[in-house]
Design a protein around this ligand. Sequence first.
Ligand SMILES: Cc1cc2nc3c(=O)[nH]c(=O)nc-3n(C[C@H](O)[C@H](O)[C@H](O)COP(=O)(O)OP(=O)(O)OC[C@H]3O[C@@H](n4cnc5c(N)ncnc54)[C@H](O)[C@@H]3O)c2cc1C
Length: 395
Amino acid sequence: MDAPFDFDYLIVGGGAAGLSLAYHLSQEPRLASKRVLVLEPDTKEQNDRTWSFWADEPLAFDQIVAHEWERLAFRSPTFEKVFPLRRHRYKMIRGLDFYQFVGSALAKNPQFSRVATAVATLENLPNGGVRAITTAGEQFTGRYAFDSRPPALRELQQPSRYRYLLQHFVGWEVETDHDAFDPTTQEFMDFRGEQRQEPRFMYVLPFSKRQALVEYTLFSAQILPKPEYEAEIRRYLRERVGISSFRITAEEVGAIPMTDHPLPARNGPGIVHLGVRAGRAKPSTGYAFKRIQAHSARLVTGLATTGRPPRDLTGDKWQFRLFDTLLLDIMQRRGEITRDIFADLFRKNPVERIFDFLDERTSAWENLQIMHSVTPWPFLRSIWHVLRGRPGKRE
Ligand SMILES: Cc1cc2nc3c(=O)[nH]c(=O)nc-3n(C[C@H](O)[C@H](O)[C@H](O)COP(=O)(O)OP(=O)(O)OC[C@H]3O[C@@H](n4cnc5c(N)ncnc54)[C@H](O)[C@@H]3O)c2cc1C
């Protein structure tokens, strides 16, 4: 350890990103001598979320995948299809399983310490290194800090320059007395309901013929009163699944930022941002879990090979950032056509290409194929708004 510091690395926030980084660090033998402190106020004893994602290669947390699907359904009024997944599987991890799995790996490893506290101030020190000051007034220094505290987006907003939407949802885990669900098929986006000027869809993870997580999801700026999501879930279960009697066994509520607001990947020489704070929630979809894993792996490789975080902290590519901005602009201007854009994507592309595109792994040629598959006018209009440097207004 660098002698003047209490720890080599401070990890501020032990949620998805903080604990993912800690776990990736614990698996890297070249960093086995580093001392790491995780500062997190919450006990993480609740199953406060589930993370789902598609994957075509092993991930660090495959052991705790609670369920996976080999078929995926897309539905809209003009196009619906169930796609067999060839290269990918759609997977789900329960938050509580993740917190416990990483928690016990860190507890067995003397490199790691955890303190149950909130950090009030995190600062770069004049002669190198960083200092965290907790709300209780304790101080900890480190060579580097990795900060995953949620960003204060509401205060930072500049709506005349950037687009600010949320992926917001209420989900119920339901149990029925009769077979009602197809546990082999994940309902990725069911856009058959009313759009009301914004993208609204059902998202269903069926765990068995009688158990499923059913979420009413929107991409828009304003959260709805909770009874509105609940009414739509009931309507979906009644009209599409054909059940009116069910038990709610768990609930999931969330709002994930979808924005092109530049969320910096670092703050000065010693503080690296993680998770949503570092823009790891994909602006056009809200998916973050796999991007967080890729970011953790990238940081650990940099630290292990050079002793420093990599210069290019995220590896983000400008062309995908532009695609995200264009889609956000369309959602903000004419949200109701988002379902037609997704319908075109699913009608005209193999699902593997769509997933690779959303994973930002497609070649320039594949990006052209994706762009060629959707109606060009909304995108051309949004390119105009991007060139002007101002988001489009509701039309
Ligand atoms: C309900 C829900 C479901 C989601 N589902 C999916 C999904 O299916 N797939 C997907 O890819 N993404 C999903 N996401 C998006 C994303 O993956 C999650 O939001 C993820 O948890 C983000 O990781 P994070 O570390 O940035 O934030 P968090 O996991 O929220 O961690 C931040 C941590 O910082 C701590 N903290 C806050 N203030 C302080 C402080 N002052 N000092 C120290 N610590 C502090 C918090 O207690 C928290 O533990 C979901 C999000 C939500 C909310």
